[in-house]
Design a protein around this ligand. Sequence first.
Ligand SMILES: [Zn+2]
Length: 414
Amino acid sequence: MLISAATDAYQNSDRTAANRIVRRVALWGIVVSVALLALTVVIAAVSHSFALTAVAVDCIVDVVAALVLWLGLRLSERKTAAFPYGLYKIENVLQVAIAVLIFIASYEIARQAFATGRQAPSIGGLIIAGVVVTIVATWAYGWYAMRWGKRVSSPALMADGKHRQTDVLSTSLALVAVVSTAAGFDIDRVGAFVILGFAVYSGWGLLVSGMKVLLDASVDAKTLAQIERILASEALIEQVDALAVRSSGRYVFLEATLRLRTDNLAKAHVAGERLEEQIRSTLPAVERVSLRLEPSHRDVLHVAVPLASAEGEISSEFGEAPVFGLAEVRTADGQALRQEIVENPHRGVEKQKGILVAEWLVGQGIDVLITVRAVNKGPSYVLREAGVEMRLARTARLADELALFAHDGHTDGS
Ligand SMILES: [Zn+2]
C-alpha cells in the first residue's frame, strides 16, 4: 500500500511536470509567432511583395493557433466534475473567426496581385535576411515543439511542431520568390499564390475542426467504440454511469463516471490509473482523461462457492471443483434471491486451470468467492484485480454458508 502510494505520488508529480513543460513550450510558441508576425508584416510592407504578404497572413494563423494551444492547456488543467464546457468553445469560435479572416485576406491579396498598376516589389538584402530569419526561427521552434511533444507525449505539441514544418516549406518558397525577384526574374505573384494555397488549406482545417465542436459533434463512432471497449474490459467496473467524449479541435477530452465493483479506495485508484493509461496509449489524441470513480454500495452480492457435487457440499478444490454454486444474496437480510449450480467449464483443461476458472468467475460478475483453502497465487491475483473478495468457508455446505450472510447482515445491523 505504501509502495503503491509512493508510485502514485511519483506519477502525479511526473504528470504535473509534463503539463508544465507543455505550457512552457506553448508560451514560447506565442512569443515566437508574435515576433515573426511583426517581422513579416514589416518586410512585406517595405518590399511590396505579395509572397511576403501571404507569409504574414500565415503568421496571423500561427499566432492565433499558439494562443489557442496555450489557452486550451490552461483550461484543460481544471479537471473537476464541473468542466467548463462553455469556456472551451472560445477557442473554437477563435478558430472559425481566424479561418474566415484567412479567406478574406487571401482573396484580398490575390485580387491586388492581379490588379493593374500595382507597385513592383523591391527586394533588398535586408528583406532577404528577414525571410531567412523567419525560416530559421520557424524551424527552430518547430523542432523544439516536436522534441518536447514526443518526450512528454503531447499530441497538441506534436501537431504544432508538424505545422511549423509546413510553414518552413512555405516560407522557403517565399525566399525562392524574393531572391529570384531580386535577381530580376519576378515570380512574386506565383509564389504568393502557392503560399496562399498553404494558408487557405490550414484555414480550412481550422474552420472544419472549429465548426465540428461548435455544432457539438462528438468524436467519431470508431473512437467512441474503442473507449467503450476499454471501459468494458476493466473487470472492476460494474457500470458506466456517464461517458462524455468531446473533441475540441485537436484535443479530445474524456469524462466518465464509473461505478466500481469495490469500495476499496486504493483498489479503485489503481483501476483508474490503469484505465487512463490504457485510453491514452490506445488513443493518442486524448489530451485529458477525467474519471469519477464511485465505489459501489451493494444491495446484492454475487457469491460463488466451488462444490464437490450438485448436492451442495463445498469442495476443497478450486480449479478442480466439478461444479460451482452461484448465488445472489441480498445484503440487508441475507436472503438468497437466486441460486444455481453451474458446471466448471475448465475442469478438463490441462494447464492454468485455476486462472481460467478465476477468469470465468470474474466474467460471471461475482463479488465474493468462498473456498475451503486459500486460492493459489495466480487465480487469486486475477480475482483480486477484479475486486472479488475471497473468504474462507466456515461450514461444509453451500446452503449453510449462504445462511451465514443473514447472520453477518444481522450482526452488522445491530
Ligand atoms: Zn503556420
